[in-house]
Design a protein. Sequence first.
Length: 271
Amino acid sequence: MNSDDRNGAAPTLEEELAAAMAEFAGGERTPVFDPGAITRSAGVRRRRITLGLAAVGAAAATVAAVLVSSGGGQDRRPAPPATPPSTTAPATTAALDADDVTRKLFIAAELYQQPGTRHLVDTARIAALFTDAAAFHRVWGTDARPLTCGQHVDGVLVGSVGDVQFYRGGTHLGRDAGLTFDGATGRVTDVVCDGGDGTPGDQVVADRYGRKDGVSHGRTDCGRPAPTVWFADAPASGTVVRGWTVRLDGGVPFTISIDQNDIVTPANCTP
């Protein structure tokens, strides 16, 4: 059979193979290359790399700063800032109270002058009430008599720190004393003695507590025995009734009142 007579004849093997290859090639898409997409992808990678390098650079700069501030690579930390000095003023010791010093000093002098009660007095504590040792020896001496103007006393009546009157029993001895104090510390610097005006501070108090054989037959208010020594201070002023704080033998004080008729009434009998 001639080739011219092949119209309608079956394809040959070569023709079928060529047709199959052409069909396969037509089924595959040709990849599309987008230059912009490639550029954008590369930019993202560059930014990531740039940020990473920046972080590494910042860390390196921090390390370098630490090394420089600590002295060139030595393993030291910067010293903490200095603490500013305190501006709080130091506490100052308060001055002694003149009334309190007067009470302690004259009660102690009375007790020290009596042989039976001398052991009750701590002279070291008494010395601390003076500005210095010289003042203590000048005013206290060896027997506390310079303080009581050279007299042996068993009764003291204090109108004020500048008006201290001395008694023996209920008898006013006619000598008064006044203490002088250091203004900064409140401690005693000296004692000034004078003849007084001859008038007892309160004769009723002196009679009541200075006499061991008075109307109470050897006993005082509240049933207390007659004292070895007595001390009275702080009268109330500006009232009809006079108020006094009394200590017997240096003990716990109690209050008495004296009316216009010189009648003594104990206001506090607590022993």
